[in-house]
Design a binder for this molecule. Structure first.
Ligand code: AMP
Length: 252
C-alpha cells in the first residue's frame, strides 16, 4: 500500500462516467496497447496511430511526469521511483490511467503507451475495460534489438512540457530547430531516467515482468509483432500497425 491518498470519484465524475457508459453503447470506444522495451518507439508510433484512429494517445509515463511537474503528492511520491527506473505501484498508475480514460475528450478510446507492463496490470486493465462494457481491440509489439534500444534511449530528447511530452532522437529523429520541440516550441531535455543505470534496470524489469505479456496477448489473438531496427524505416512500422488495427476492428 502506498502512503499517497487517491481520491474517490466526485459526484460530477460519477455522472460523467454514467453519461459515457450510455455514449459507449452507441459508439463503442477503441482501446489498443503498444508494447516494447524502453525506447522501442511506443510514443512515436502512438502519435502516428492515434490521429488516424481518432482516439487519444495515453502514456502512463507522461501522466506520471505531469504529476511530478505539477508538484502533487503523487508526483513527489513517484519521482524517485521513476528516476531509478522502477515500477510505480499499480494502484497509482491504474488510478491515473482510469482518470484519464474517463475524460469526455477521450470517449472514443485510446492507444495505451506504457500500460500494461505486467500480467497483473493486464488483468487490471481487462477488469477496468470490462467494467465499462468494453475490451481491447489490438496489441502491437514493437520488437527492437537490445543494443538498438540502448542507442535510442541514450540519444533520446524529450519535450519538457509534460502536456506534450514528444520524443526526439539526436541522430534518428532530430527536431527541425536544435533543442526545441516541433510540436509546442518548448525546450527539449534528457529525461532523468534516461541514464545508464536506470536504462539497464528498465531493460531487466522489461524482460522479467513485461515480456511475459507477449504470450498472454498472443494466445488471445490480439497481438501483432512489428520489427524495428535503428537502420530500418519507421513508416513500415506505422503501416503495419494501422493495417492490424483495421483488421481487428472489422472482426469486432
Ligand atoms: P515511460 O515513459 O513509459 O518510459 O515510463 C517512465 C517510467 O514511468 C517507468 O520507468 C516507470 O517508472 C513509470 N511507469 C510508467 N508506466 C508504468 C506502469 N504501467 N507501471 C509502473 N510504472 C510505470
Amino acid at each position: 500500500m502506498t502512503k499517497v491518498e487517491l481520491k474517490p470519484l466526485t459526484v460530477s465524475e460519477r455522472l460523467l462516467e454514467f453519461a459515457l457508459r450510455i455514449y459507449w453503447k452507441f459508439r463503442p470506444p477503441v482501446y489498443g496497447v503498444l508494447m516494447g522495451g524502453p525506447g522501442a518507439g511506443k510514443g512515436t508510433l502512438a502519435e502516428g496511430l492515434a490521429p488516424d484512429l481518432e482516439i487519444a494517445h495515453t502514456s502512463t509515463g507522461n501522466l506520471l511526469r505531469r504529476e511530478i511537474a505539477a508538484g502533487t503528492a503523487i508526483g513527489r511520491f513517484v519521482a524517485p521511483i521513476m528516476a531509478a527506473g522502477d515500477f510505480v505501484p499499480d494502484e497509482i498508475t491504474l488510478y491515473l490511467l482510469a482518470r484519464e480514460l474517463r475524460q469526455w475528450k477521450n470517449r472514443h478510446g485510446a492507444i495505451l503507451d506504457g500500460f500494461p507492463r505486467s500480467l497483473e496490470q493486464a488483468e487490471l486493465l481487462q477488469r477496468l475495460l470490462s467494467g465499462w462494457g468494453s475490451s481491447l481491440t489490438a496489441v502491437i509489439l514493437i520488437a527492437v534489438p537490445e543494443a538498438d534500444l540502448i542507442e535510442r534511449i541514450a540519444g533520446r530528447r524529450t519535450c519538457s512540457n509534460s502536456d506534450c511530452g514528444r520524443s526526439y532522437h539526436i541522430k534518428f529523429q532530430p527536431p527541425s530547430k536544435d533543442g526545441i520541440c516541433d510540436n509546442c516550441g518548448s525546450e527539449l531535455i534528457q529525461r532523468s531516467d534516461d541514464n545508464e543505470v536506470s536504462i539497464l534496470n528498465r531493460l531487466a524489469i522489461y524482460n522479467e515482468k513485461t515480456a511475459p505479456l507477449v504470450g498472454f496477448y498472443d494466445r488471445s489473438g490480439l497481438l501483432h509483432r512489428v520489427s524495428s531496427t535503428n537502420s530500418g524505416g519507421k513508416e513500415d512500422t506505422l503501416r503495419q500497425a494501422r493495417a492490424f488495427f483495421s483488421t481487428q476492428r472489422k472482426k469486432g
